[in-house]
Design a protein around this ligand. Structure first.
Ligand code: ZN
Length: 260
């Protein structure tokens, strides 16, 4: 069974061990900005390649990577990597996906998700990670005129999602992506895994970047998850979250595209 990592930022790999743990998210982000302030294009590229090597060593077969420095080597012949340009404040080449609703203006969120639908790739967005101000309902509001666009995607983190958010996601093939080591790194609120499972939404496990995780190995993420929450998932459920479940979400986006 192929191992699929549906959320990482390969270009941040060389920040491994450089950023603080257990700090509020925006303090961590300020430190990240300081660390990369002097990085050149080549530094980002070296960091990306290092991340790719570590992922391959960990037997990862497919990676959904988000980055905003256009650091993937060109031409990018790596068919195992879905390289997504992550839009923050400015338009980037397609395929692109929005970073978050707090850092990306609504019109760019819409533009980016449209570009994913057109390319037949699931979209992804960081949402509801560190408090309840970053709401799924605000994300949906952006698409009130074109609600069909929000099918087939990945909500990254989602610690503060509500039951109705999850029910909507289950109906619309929007998967939730939990990154166990990154979650522990920040000391985020414990997700209501029982509610997640009850909703029927697809649950995926991913690594996030080495700026907030100690490993790009999906099996290490599974170990962290089962150590922290031994009752929440069976081993088989955790393995499905890095294999068959992400495969399903990726496949449906491709199917929708080929039927349209
Ligand atoms: Zn991320």
């Amino acid at each position: 069974m192929p191992l699929i990592n549906v959320h990482c930022h390969l270009e941040l790999t060389n920040l491994a061990g450089k950023l603080p743990r257990n700090k509020p998210f925006f303090d961590w982000l300020a430190e990240l900005r300081k660390q990369v302030a002097s990085w050149t294009k080549e530094d980002y590229q070296a960091s990306y390649i290092k991340g790719l090597e570590l992922s391959k060593k960990a037997n990862t077969n497919i990676i959904y990577d988000v980055g905003n420095q256009l650091s993937e080597p060109k031409p990018n012949n790596n068919s195992q990597v879905i390289s997504m340009h992550e839009i923050i404040k400015q338009v980037l080449p397609t395929p692109c996906t929005p970073h978050s609703i707090y850092a990306t203006p609504p019109e760019l969120v819409k533009y980016a998700i449209k570009s994913c639908v057109e390319a037949g790739i699931p979209w992804s967005i960081h949402l509801a990670e560190f408090d309840d101000s970053d709401r799924f309902s605000d994300f949906l509001e952006i698409f009130k005129d074109e609600p069909l666009l929000v099918k087939n995607g990945f909500i990254i983190h989602g610690n503060f999602l509500t039951e109705s958010d999850l029910n909507f996601m289950a109906k619309n093939n929007i998967a939730i992506v939990h990154c166990p080591q990154s979650h522990e790194w920040f000391g985020h609120k414990e997700p209501d895994f029982e509610m997640w499972k009850k909703s029927g939404a697809n649950i995926c496990i991913a690594t996030d970047s080495l700026a907030s995780a100690s490993s790009l190995d999906l099996m290490e993420q599974v170990k962290t998850l089962l150590r922290r929450y031994p009752k929440a998932f069976t081993y088989e459920e955790a393995i499905a979250a890095i294999t068959t479940t992400p495969a399903k979400t990726i496949r449906s986006a491709v199917n929708v595209h080929s039927m349209s």
